[in-house]
Design a protein around this ligand. Structure first.
Ligand code: IVH
Length: 710
């Protein structure tokens, strides 16, 4: 049982408060678990309520200590089904990060390689402070603000138009001349001073509420004390009542372009000027930088300025100025090749390591996690950090009881970077990494050359199963609204959902769920509706949702585009088991699918339990073919093309990326199925093979003309 906490909240020191909030977060989570999932509460309802009340009371007194994982942060966030989904005209991407001049130089080198620019060709960038807020997409038609959406998964966001209208920085009507239809992207954020005032006001309201609770009075709505400016901005934009949003001190800075009916500028710098002329706020600190050296100088200057700015920034975004070059460079995965976020150095702190936990992931990877005394690292209270893997623990000689140095770089999970050896307790023992799975007891093995030890239990391991289910239902996969990690765990533990297909048979268990605390008729109906809505999903999401190792969203898309239907994909993956078979060659010929990925796929389909689960799922869900990449109106749409030899006017990378953008499938070897072979200088056997098979060949000039490259 919980040790009684006699110390009144008013008497706690800040340090004691931080410790207790950490303990309370864990303890409340534990009791929720016992109560909701195991049906075995260890304390009375009154005792449980007292824990929550104490948590709230401490937070009200120390608002700066509110933890991102605090039980109080669960409530208040608007249910996401309250907002309609909208598809962005063009995807909203994220950015790759670099952390030093070397990595930035590598980013520049990649641009030069791709565009085949000489090494001394100067690259002009626009540097913009990277504000940590919430990115949004604003649609204007004939200069009138029509709709605004959150980023969501990058493809679809939530329609928060009514709330965004309340932000003073957002022009409801554009000034001057503008394209008839244009998407403008920007960041909604809260300034530091506004955040502190807002947080304190929320804390005061929370304290008052606690007082009412103490007196046994009626409580009204829960009050959320935001943990940081980002959460405050995001929570404010996602309010159900726009009047609440209107009362929040939100700002908006515009910085990027989405879909547009006509090009509004030739350079990003000019585009920013147009944004300003239209009536947007742009960042006055943004600069046009003539070279990499200028960028490095700007980075240093911004790092210096950071603390004195009115808002939080975590780095600088560098965007290649020429929009024609941006267009040629395009994207890889979810990030553009033409922009990068150069993050400031990570923030560090030291604290005590209390334990090393082993977590089992979706693919069986055993990941060690440090459990530490809570510590504030750059404004965020941290209690857990990753220890990466077995070798890392040994290399750094991390022991339980040690004082460890942890750091948080950008938005990544905090990590343990080292140990303060002088502070090591005498009895600290080296950590022994388990060789069996803590969840199912199966052997955990490490393949040659692999850093990770994996549970061999596969689908018999409950940890792997539940992680796969979480992944399956998650937003980027099947995107089943209301089926977040907690609910998946609950349904799994209650035995209602053991495999993906079970989710779609959950309606048979409505009666059981009705018996659960907090599971009213409405909630159940909502969940079941959300599940029904996902019986048809795009094929690429379906593939990604299976959680096959190495098959991320980008690879899932490649596979979905190539194979079109589940039946075809399934048959070909089984046939591909035989090395040298036509199906295996076909798989290997897909641009972007390397041998390691092919191996993973073949292995997945070779496992009867996986096939059974897949077939069971296919009885419940219908994957729908996805549209080819782009511009159907091109002579290359739907065609298979091969490039060979050296091109004079563009790099192979650029040519292949362009062909894909024109709807072509780019492969590496020539076969009967090839439609075009583009032959550069010094082409070898592929050109000969094309001639032999009668495949049409194009010179570089012909290719440029057909592809309409100016
Ligand atoms: S441009 C392809 N510009 O950073 C262009 N993003 O990691 C992608 N952000 O989701 C976005 N300041 O929330 C861009 N000046 C800026 C930015 C910025 C902050 C955020 C934004 C985005 C994230 C990408």
């Amino acid at each position: 049982m919980t040790p009684p906490r006699s110390k009144p909240v008013e008497a706690l020191t800040e340090e004691e408060a931080a410790e207790e909030l950490a303990r309370l977060a864990a303890e409340i989570a534990h009791h929720r678990d016992l109560y909701y999932r195991q049906d075995a509460p260890a304390i009375s309802d009154a005792e449980y309520d007292a824990l929550e009340a104490r948590n709230a009371a401490i937070e009200a007194r120390f608002p700066a200590l509110v933890r991102a994982d605090s039980p109080s942060q669960r409530v208040g966030a608007a249910p996401s089904e309250a907002f309609a989904k909208v598809r962005h005209g063009e995807p909203m991407l994220s950015l790759d990060n670099v952390f030093d001049a070397g990595e930035f130089a590598e980013f520049c080198a990649r641009i030069r390689r791709f565009l085949r620019l000489p090494a001394d060709e100067p690259l002009r960038f626009v540097g913009e402070p990277k504000i940590d807020g919430l990115s949004i997409n604003l649609l204007y038609e004939d200069g009138v603000f029509i709709r605004g959406a959150t980023r969501g998964d990058g493809i679809e966001g939530e329609d928060v138009t009514a709330n965004l209208r309340t932000i003073a920085d957002l022009p409801l009507r554009l000034k001057g001349t503008f394209p008839s239809r244009i998407e403008v992207r920007g960041e909604v954020f809260m300034e530091k001073a506004d955040f502190l005032a807002f947080r304190d006001a929320q804390a005061a309201a929370a304290a008052e509420r606690e007082e009412r609770r103490r007196r046994g009075e009626k409580l009204g709505e829960a009050v959320v004390i935001p943990a940081n400016p980002r959460n405050a901005a995001a929570g404010s934009v996602r309010q159900l009542d726009p009047r609440v949003t209107a009362a929040r001190p939100l700002r908006l800075i515009a910085y990027a372009m989405g879909a547009a009916s006509e090009a509004p500028a030739e350079t990003h710098w000019d585009y920013l000027a147009r944004l300003k002329a239209w009536g947007f706020r742009t960042n006055p600190l943004s600069r046009l930088l003539d070279s990499e050296a200028d960028a490095a100088a700007f980075q240093a200057a911004m790092a210096e300025k950071r603390a004195s700015l009115g808002y939080d920034i975590d780095g600088v975004v560098y965007k290649l100025d020429r929009l024609d070059w941006q267009a040629r460079l395009g994207f890889v995965g979810r990030a553009p090749r033409w922009a990068v976020a150069w993050k400031f150095p990570a923030e560090q702190a030291t604290t005590k390591l209390l334990a090393i936990e082993i977590q089992v992931g979706r693919t069986g990877a055993l990941t060690p996690r440090a459990v530490m005394e809570p510590v504030n690292v750059g404004g965020v209270v941290v209690r857990h950090a990753t220890l990466h893997n077995e070798d890392e623990i040994a290399r750094k000689d991390v022991r339980v009881g040690d004082t460890v140095i942890i750091q948080r770089a950008g938005d990544v999970i905090p990590q343990v970077v080292g140990v303060v050896k002088e502070k090591r307790p005498k009895d600290a023992k080296p950590f022994v990494f388990p060789t069996t799975c803590p969840a199912c007891g199966s052997h955990a093995i490490r393949d040659e050359g692999e850093a990770v030890r994996r549970c061999t239990g596969g689908l018999i391991c409950p940890a792997q199963r539940v992680e796969r289910l979480k992944h399956f239902a998650s937003r980027r996969a099947m995107d089943i609204e209301g089926l977040g990690e907690e609910n998946v765990e609950l349904l799994f533990r209650e035995g209602l959902v053991k495999a993906p297909a079970d989710i779609f048979r959950l309606h048979r268990h409505a009666a059981t769920m009705r018996g659960w605390e907090g599971w009213g008729e409405r909630r159940i109906a909502k969940l079941l509706d959300a599940i029904e809505a996902r019986r048809r999903v795009p094929f690429d999401r379906f593939i990604f949702a299976l959680g096959i190792r190495r098959i991320g969203e980008a690879n899932a898309k490649l596979l979905a585009r190539h194979y079109h239907t589940l039946d075809e994909w399934r048959a070909k993956m089984i046939a591909a088991r035989i090395v040298g078979s036509e199906a295996r060659e076909e798989l290997g010929s897909i641009q972007g699918i390397g041998p390691a990925i092919a191996e993973e796929l073949v292995e997945f389909f070779a496992e009867p339990r996986n096939l059974a689960a897949l077939d069971d799922l296919a009885r419940e869900v219908t994957p729908e073919p996805i549209a080819p990449e782009a511009a159907i109106e091109s002579p290359f749409a739907g065609k298979t093309v091969v490039f060979t030899g050296t091109l004079a006017t563009m790099t192979r990378d650029e040519a292949e990326a362009m062909a894909e953008r024109l709807g072509a499938k780019v492969t590496k070897s020539v076969s009967k199925k090839t439609d075009f072979v583009i032959v550069g200088a010094d082409a070898g056997s592929k050109a000969a093979k094309a001639a032999e098979l009668g495949v049409r060949t194009l010179t570089e000039q012909e290719w440029r003309e057909m592809a309409a490259i100016a």
